[in-house]
Design a protein around this ligand. Sequence first.
Ligand SMILES: [Zn+2]
Ligand SMILES: [Zn+2]
Length: 238
Amino acid sequence: MDLKFIGTGGAFDYEYGNSSAWITLNGLHILLDCGNSVYARLRRLELADQIDYILITHMHDDHVGSLSTTILHHKHKRSPSQKARILYPDTINGRSLRDRIRAYLSFSLPRPDEFVEFVPLSEVAGVSAIDTKDQHVKGMVSFGYSFEDETDVKVYSGDLGNKDTMFEYVKSLETEKKVQIFHEMTFHADASVHVYYKDLMDHLSSFEVYGYHIDPRKSPADNTVPMVVEQKEFLVEG
Ligand SMILES: [Zn+2]
Ligand SMILES: [Zn+2]
């Protein structure tokens, strides 16, 4: 399994690209989030024609802003006869994420089901959803995701204001496998919609954690959370 980042920035950190990941699991390629800057990077990296599934954490623009274009690319540049496939967690909140994606796409693609096949997440082995509804923005459906093979578990938080959710999830796995947690974070103490870096630092002695969704140039001198952008092994453009 491989999890590499296409972009590591937050909504306004255009130099680093909107946070998005490229997962290779059991020979399948999963694009995780498709924000404003992602389609351009997919083209530059020559990945746009290799997507097997698209997975979305939540409906903010920095996570879905170029989703319509990526789907249109699939139809017009890659395979007119085969629909793009979007995974959704097959739970109540997962189905409402699916319905939100469909509604969002319908502004650009009036009959989204002609372009997209929505596939329940349970059909893809090794991928699990972590329901974080209300934990990023109150009233918003959101998910983190976990990817697992025979030896490794990689957890991707998505945007998340609750500092405990991902760590409690990993503890609940009671696994002997190697676990890496890719966690969004903020350097602003007063931002309730993201997790403050000092709260992540509390977990560094027990977990392998890497921070993303930030501008690394704003990192305070006392930040010890390793940032994804500084780990070449986790970047598609290493
Ligand atoms: Zn968000
Ligand atoms: Zn975001």
